[in-house]
Design a protein around this ligand. Structure first.
Ligand code: GN1
Ligand code: MG
Length: 373
């Protein structure tokens, strides 16, 4: 989609030394366009991460980059104080030659450059339950690292991102508009969401009355947003910080389960393969609570299983909304892609509903094991 020459020209606006060698597209993620940029600096190859920020999704890139810069600088200080390696344990922005943290090209496209975390990789699925335990620990630690971040300095870059009740309302509006004319092919999925309308108010309602605390959260805790060290297979860096905002710890927990504890991929068309893997649920819960458990309230811990279901329902509703809107938000690879993703999410919700007692029992047993009672 972009030529090497175009990418080279864009990179020329950033404070990077050396000669441009090439850019390789990295296809992870449904929103931004990402490239690994390689430079040759006197015979030494240097790698950077170039991203085009999707401004249809992130309508306020300036404030988004303020958030990212504040959070990554905060993390960097903490990592240095703890004796860690700030080059590998956090992303940070490489500024432009004019000092700005992003570059807006002549077509209004917005670009940024991060350090490229070397010798690292992301998992898209779980090969061994231990990996998911480590993922839980990593997102729990990320939350702890940001526990004393000045929350009021953050902009809400996508307002009401995990306000499930508003996501439900958006779906209703899309159904009324029926912009793509596809409503009739997804009546079953619409009915599935409508049957769970009351659930959508629970987490935001409890947050509004102060029963659930507002914290600095990641808000997009997919397994592939953690980089693991190739040498040690340990998590080293949490990435994709575009949605770090005030939120609930339950959003982060729930979204991680939605993606990582599914026995199938997020867009698996064969629904018989979709289910909640209870062992993976246990491993993530153990890892997450071992890192963040002491700072969570009883109400938060009690709601972990419900949050997993809610984030899965919410994501399914978002895919469905986008399908009905005509695929204007998420990147898709084929016309039914969003509907397939929605069906997968809803099948997982249905399975979680059958496994509620087991999930609650797992949370109780992790609590006892970790002495969080
Ligand atoms: C998007 O781009 P990616 O894959 O990190 C989306 C998340 C969804 C996810 C579903 C800003 O995340 O909210 O949960 O797709 N990000 C945004 O896979 O909407
Ligand atoms: Mg993302």
């Amino acid at each position: 989609m972009f030529s090497q020459d175009e990418l080279k020209r864009i990179l020329g606006h950033f404070m990077i030394s050396g000669a441009f060698v090439e850019c390789k597209a990295i296809d992870d993620g449904h929103i931004n366009n990402t490239f690994q940029a390689i430079f040759n600096n006197n015979g030494k190859y240097l790698h950077y991460l170039l991203q085009q920020i999707n401004t249809a999704v992130f309508k306020d890139p300036e404030h988004l980059m303020v958030n990212v810069d504040l959070v990554t600088s905060f993390l960097r200080d903490k990592i240095i104080a703890a004796g860690g390696d700030p080059e590998r344990e956090t992303l940070y922005c490489k500024p432009c030659r004019d000092g700005k943290k992003y570059y807006e090209d002549e077509n209004g496209r917005v670009w940024r450059v991060y350090n490229f975390v070397s010798d690292a990789f992301a998992y898209n699925s779980i090969e061994n339950p231990e990996v998911f335990y480590k993922a839980g620990r990593a997102f729990g630690e990320f939350q702890n690292q940001l526990a004393d971040f000045p929350i009021d300095s953050l902009f809400e870059t996508i307002p009401d991102f995990h306000h499930t009740a508003k996501r439900y309302r958006n779906l209703q509006n899309s159904i009324r508009r029926n912009a793509s004319g596809r409503k009739s092919v997804c009546e079953k999925e619409i009915a599935f969401a409508e049957a769970r309308k009351d659930d959508t108010y629970v987490l935001t309602g409890k947050t509004e009355i102060g029963e659930l605390p507002v914290r600095v959260t990641h808000n997009d805790t997919k397994l592939n947003n953690i980089l693991f060290d190739r040498a040690t297979d340990e998590p080293i860096c949490v990435v994709d910080l575009d949605t770090v905002m005030p939120g609930s710890a339950l959003y982060d927990f729930g979204d991680a389960i939605r993606f990582g504890a599914n026995t199938a991929a997020e867009d698996e068309p064969d629904l018989s393969k979709v289910s909640l893997d209870l062992e993976l649920f246990r491993q993530y819960t153990r890892g997450y609570l071992s890192a963040a458990g002491k700072s969570l309230t009883d109400a938060e811990i009690d709601l972990l299983p419900f949050a997993a279901k809610m984030m899965t329902l919410e994501c399914g509703m978002r895919f469905l909304t986008d399908f009905i809107d005509g695929d204007v938000y998420f990147k898709t690879e084929y016309p039914e892609h969003n509907l397939v993703r929605c069906r997968t999410q809803f099948a997982l919700v249905a399975d979680m509903e059958c496994k509620t007692d087991e999930m609650n029992a797992i949370v109780r047993s992790c609590r006892t094991e970790l002495e969080l009672v």
